[in-house]
Design a binder for this molecule. Structure first.
Ligand SMILES: Nc1ncnc2c1ncn2[C@@H]1O[C@H](COP(=O)(O)OP(=O)(O)O)[C@@H](O)[C@H]1O
Ligand SMILES: [Mg+2]
Length: 481
């Protein structure tokens, strides 16, 4: 054992000189000695020898032959040659023994030690360089392999509080929401389920001057008027059977803050009147009480049903709509903001992977392509669930691959890349028909064979679509694949 010190082999030095060198170098290195009396060729084979310092002195010791042999036996050891050498000997030492350095005779030991140290440092650097180069090469190969599969963010990811987006429509909408947040006006958020209405309400509240006060969330769907009244305005003990104590309603409880009323379209015409009164004068009367409570609350309402249409049908009060509609924020469905899919996928997978202590290298391009093709009826909520499942089933660090996708997304076929379509020996007419066939098939798949929607998306009549499906026998094409 050399206790981590480098090992230096001193060869052929006359006794006194050898002793002096050994004493001095021994302070820094582990020393082995051989000379004409105990010349041991095996020593050159020892892998533990890091540097050989040989003294050439003919006829006693031919250090050049010794180093040539050492070079073959242990090429990693640095070879340094001392002694008086003729030109020919120098040539031989350089060419055959590949020595690192000559040391002139009569050098002070300090200088010799300095050279030994430099030579060993050089050897260590060479060693590290080889290792790093190998690691780099391996890393390059790994990256090359993933390069074709991993999608990297090319779009800027924007954030409004917890909302993440990149699409122009969301950029415009969130800019507007930031401005709306700074006013005291009520806000109406419309959008399909899972588009992020609640997240938007939170973002607005947090960006408003009320953010030190609470945001109270209430879902108005599927509740009787009595219960809704009691929840929002409060009640006094005995106001109805089961009202065993006074209850502070959500609106007075949120005083100074914001109340988010979800599924606003679901409230009854009677309750719409109560809400309207509250919005007009900011007063609530708890159920069973004569006392009026003033509350300073900003209302953000949301719904996934189109209120304008409900008004036309007489199911929603127009005056209430205008009261709620200080600002209207319409969140588009995910399928119409494809630019968001990539950034949301990356963001949601990173966030979820982190929460369950997994590491995801990235989402494969193929998966993203499918995601961009799918129509996401459940919007971001559905995407989030798909991602959670993908992350959960993928191995630590493994790419998220197509095999992990849910069936309805996996079976989607990509739209043809029109720019790359070539005639490939077909006539122009045949090529155009093939293109038409694949676009119609893909749209049918995407919209799950809802032919009215497909016709609308393709800009053709329902009848025209039906004719094309028959002509191309599309159903059988889909089934075959
Ligand atoms: N733009 C977005 N960025 C990040 N997460 C989002 C975004 N939109 C929706 N989500 C997530 O999707 C899910 C549904 O959002 P939510 O606000 O409850 O939708 P909604 O109220 O419209 O049904 C939530 O888990 C939410 O965190
Ligand atoms: Mg919601």
């Amino acid at each position: 054992m050399n206790n981590g010190l480098s090992t230096v082999l001193l060869c052929g030095f006359p006794h006194e000189e050898g002793q002096m060198l050994s004493d001095y170098l021994g302070m820094h290195y582990s020393i082995r000695i051989c000379n004409e009396n105990n010349y041991d060729a095996k020593l050159t084979e020892s892998a533990s020898i890091d540097l050989i310092l040989a003294y050439h002195k003919m006829p006693e010791f031919n250090a050049i032959s010794f180093l040539i042999e050492a070079r073959q036996n242990n090429p990693q050891a640095v070879r340094v040659l001392a002694g008086d050498l003729s030109k020919n000997e120098m040539h031989e030492a350089i060419n055959k023994a590949a020595i690192y350095q000559f040391l002139p005779q009569n050098w002070p030991v300090e200088q010799i030690e300095l050279h030994v140290r430099r030579a060993l440092e050089n050897r260590e650097l060479g060693y590290r360089h080889r290792h790093l180069s190998r690691d780099l090469k391996m890393a390059e190969n790994v990256l090359k392999k993933y390069d074709t599969n991993i999608s990297t963010t090319s779009k800027t990811r924007y954030k409004f509080n917890q909302l993440v987006y990149a699409s122009p429509s969301m950029i415009t909408l969130c800019d507007m929401a930031r401005k709306a947040a700074l006013t005291e006006l009520p806000i109406l958020i419309q959008g399909e389920t899972g588009t992020g209405k609640e997240l938007m309400a939170r973002a607005v509240h947090n960006a408003s001057e009320r953010n030190a006060q609470p945001l109270m969330v209430h879902n108005c769907g599927g509740m009787s008027d009595e219960l809704l009244h009691s929840e929002l305005f409060g009640h006094v003990k005995g106001a109805y059977t089961g009202a065993v104590s006074d209850r502070l309603g959500l609106l007075p409880a949120a005083n100074g803050g914001t109340v988010f009323l979800d599924e606003i379209a679901d409230v009854s015409p009677t309750f719409q009147v109560s809400l309207l009164r509250f919005l007009q004068d900011g007063e609530v009367k708890p159920l069973g009480s004569d006392k009026i409570i003033k509350c300073d609350v900003r209302v953000i309402a949301a719904g996934n049903r189109n209120l304008e249409e409900l008004i036309k049908k007489g199911e929603f009060r127009e005056d209430l709509f205008y009261r709620l509609n200080g600002f209207q924020l319409k969140i588009p469905p995910l399928r119409s903001r494809i630019d968001d899919i990539r950034v949301l996928t990356e963001y949601l997978s990173e966030r979820y992977a982190q929460s369950i202590n997994r590491r995801i290298l990235g989402i494969s391009k193929e998966v993203l392509e499918k995601f961009e093709l799918y129509d996401w009826p459940g919007n971001v909520r559905e995407l989030e669930n798909e991602i959670k499942r993908l992350v959960a089933v993928s191995e630590n660090g493994q790419l998220v691959n197509l095999e992990h996708l849910s069936e309805n997304i996996k079976s989607l076929k990509p739209l043809p890349n029109i720019a790359l379509t070539k005639l490939n020996g077909d006539s122009l007419k045949e090529t155009v028909e093939k293109l038409e066939l694949s676009i119609i098939s893909a749209t049918l798949q995407k919209l799950r064979w809802n032919q009215s929607k497909v016709a609308k998306e393709l800009g053709i009549s329902r009848m025209g679509l039906s004719n094309k499906i028959k002509r191309y026998g599309i159903e059988s094409v889909i089934l075959e694949n």
